[in-house]
Write a protein that binds this ligand. Structure first.
Ligand SMILES: Cc1cc2nc3c(=O)[nH]c(=O)nc-3n(C[C@H](O)[C@H](O)[C@H](O)COP(=O)(O)OP(=O)(O)OC[C@H]3O[C@@H](n4cnc5c(N)ncnc54)[C@H](O)[C@@H]3O)c2cc1C
Length: 489
């Protein structure tokens, strides 16, 4: 017999815990469970265990609005897990979370007005089934079980070890080795300084350069406020507002005046590198794309650049011709000798947690739907999806969506509705549709590879997915829930 709950939250990462917090505090009479396929909470911060694993955005905004962050702005995975653990304890959320529960299917029945969610216990393979009124999808955006691993000719010939950062294990033997890290995203920028002191040499091999921002892992405003004994709640709120404001200002500059934004970023790198490495600014750290079209990683205390200055790390910009017994042969003819090759090549986008969705016997193709504010979808009843920000902290959007879902559930109670589904109005069926994210606006590889799986957006609200916190923070909390685009019954 399936257990029934009002709301079923998928995933116990930072978004799922946020959902659970909002349900407990704002709707104490709503029954809910959080189903999580891993053995513990934390999602991203539990899955990734490679050396140095840390956030690349500040925890004043990546943390929750309701719980002050008291540590350094950039945090380690363990610090984030500790913070999430405190939220679970402080709000008695543990009793709602079921671990090792991997959901495989979600079936909506209009006759019953509910979802049936089924899966297996990953420890025992025992099947489980829940029914729920509302499904709150907090399953993240990438496959946790394995990363994106391209193949290159000759990989089988390599005599050393090849590892993807998502498969890192504690017994991996890397100290004292010659290491090549393929990729130059946030993962590479984290791994390299963390390993540089303990390897013979580490090389970042990139096909093309990435933008980085470097700075102290400290917040002067927070330090100043603490010096005058300001309560931590105030420090959090003030610093959070400042960080949001600064990040919005910089994002605006990237679009209004990309040349000066680029100059600012490159000047930051120039400042970090010793005179003998200055040529790297042009050869290794000057991307061909405009700033913010891909995520910009923050490099705390410039540690990546310090590793280069010390000569323990280097950067090579080239294409891979093939792997061979002793390393990687590049198209330029150069050979990189290696004992260990780390493929920091990114993620495999998975939009709905690899869950097979069916709506009244019809398999759901998510790409056929149009989004309502980037969180609900035409034709999908009683479901909200959390997809955070790229250019601001993910959690800012998770939090706005949480408040929206609570408002929607309250509204449904008020009008006596048990089902809500977004539907295009009669005159909107010919609306021009656009991809989930405009490739001209934001274009990292995993989104490019997955656009055909993602829903689409229209050309006016509420059918937009704007990725703009400044817009969303005003629009989402005040949007009229009876404007005719949400159909209730
Ligand atoms: C290394 C790394 C660093 C990052 N740093 C930042 C940062 O500094 N700032 C930022 O804003 N963003 C960052 N991101 C993006 C990051 O993923 C999000 O910000 C955030 O952690 C996502 O939280 P989430 O809870 O939405 O999803 P996740 O952390 O992905 O958690 C989703 C959870 O759902 C579970 N799940 C998925 N499918 C199922 C299923 N079928 N059944 C049951 N459970 C399921 C997963 O096991 C997982 O625990 C980073 C990402 C990575 C990989």
């Amino acid at each position: 017999m399936a257990e029934h709950v009002d709301v079923l939250v998928v995933g116990a990462g930072i978004s799922g815990i946020d959902a659970a917090y909002h349900l407990t505090t704002s709707r104490p009479d709503t029954s809910f469970v959080v189903l999580e396929s891993q053995a513990d909470f934390g999602g991203t911060w539990r899955t990734h265990t490679y050396p140095g694993i840390r956030s690349d955005s500040d925890l004043h905004t990546f943390g929750y609005g309701f719980k002050p962050w008291t540590g350094k702005p950039i945090a380690t995975a363990q610090e984030i897990l500790d913070y999430l653990g405190e939220v679970i304890d402080e709000h008695d959320l543990a009793e709602h979370i079921r671990y090792r529960h991997r959901i495989d299917s979600a079936v909506w029945s209009s006759d019953d007005g509910r979802w049936t969610v089924a899966g297996v216990d990953t420890a025992t393979d025992a099947p489980f089934e829940y029914t729920c009124r509302f499904l709150w999808m907090c399953q993240g955006y990438y496959r946790h079980a394995k990363g994106y691993q391209p193949t290159w000719p000759g990989m089988d010939d390599f005599g050393g070890t090849i590892v993807h950062p998502m498969d890192w294990s504690d017994d991996l033997d890397w100290r004292g080795k010659r290491v090549v890290v393929i990729g130059s995203g946030a993962t590479a920028a984290t791994l390299i300084p963390a390993m540089a002191g303990d390897v013979e040499h580490i090389t970042m091999l990139q096909r093309s350069p990435t933008y980085f921002r470097a700075g102290r892992n400290a917040n002067e405003l927070a330090d100043l406020l603490r010096e005058v004994d300001t309560p931590e709640e105030w420090v959090h709120e003030i610093v959070r507002r400042r960080m949001i404001f600064d990040s919005a200002t910089f994002t605006k500059l990237c679009f209004a005046d990309p040349t000066s934004a680029r100059e600012q970023l490159l000047a930051g790198v120039r400042e970090q590198l010793k005179p003998e490495y200055q040529d790297l600014v042009d050869t290794a750290f000057s991307p061909s794309y405009l700033p913010w079209r891909e995520r910009i990683a923050f490099v705390p205390d410039g540690d990546l650049f310090q590793a280069i200055n010390e000569g323990t790390a280097s950067v090579v910009t080239d294409q891979i011709e093939r792997f061979d017994e002793t390393g990687i042969l590049l198209e330029s003819g150069e050979h990189l000798d290696a004992d260990l090759i780390v493929t920091a090549t990114g993620f495999d986008l998975n939009v709905l947690g690899d869950i097979a969705f069916t709506i009244d016997d019809e398999p759901l193709d998510f790409h056929d739907t149009v989004t309502y504010h980037g969180t609900m979808f035409t034709g999908i009843p009683n479901m909200a999806w959390v997809f955070g920000y790229f250019r601001a902290s993910w959690t800012l959007r998770a939090d706005l969506i949480a408040q929206f879902v609570i408002r929607l559930l309250d509204h449904m109670d008020e009008i006596g509705a048990s089902v809500v589904v977004p539907r295009l109005r009669d005159d909107e069926h010919d609306m021009t549709l656009a991809p989930w994210i405009d490739p001209e606006n934001f274009n990292p590889g995993y989104i490019r590879r997955g656009l055909h799986l993602l829903p689409r957006q229209g050309d006016h609200a509420p059918w937009l997915h704007g990725q703009d916190y400044w817009d969303d923070k005003d629009v989402l909390p005040s949007w009229d829930l009876d404007d005719g685009t949400l159909v209730y019954r």
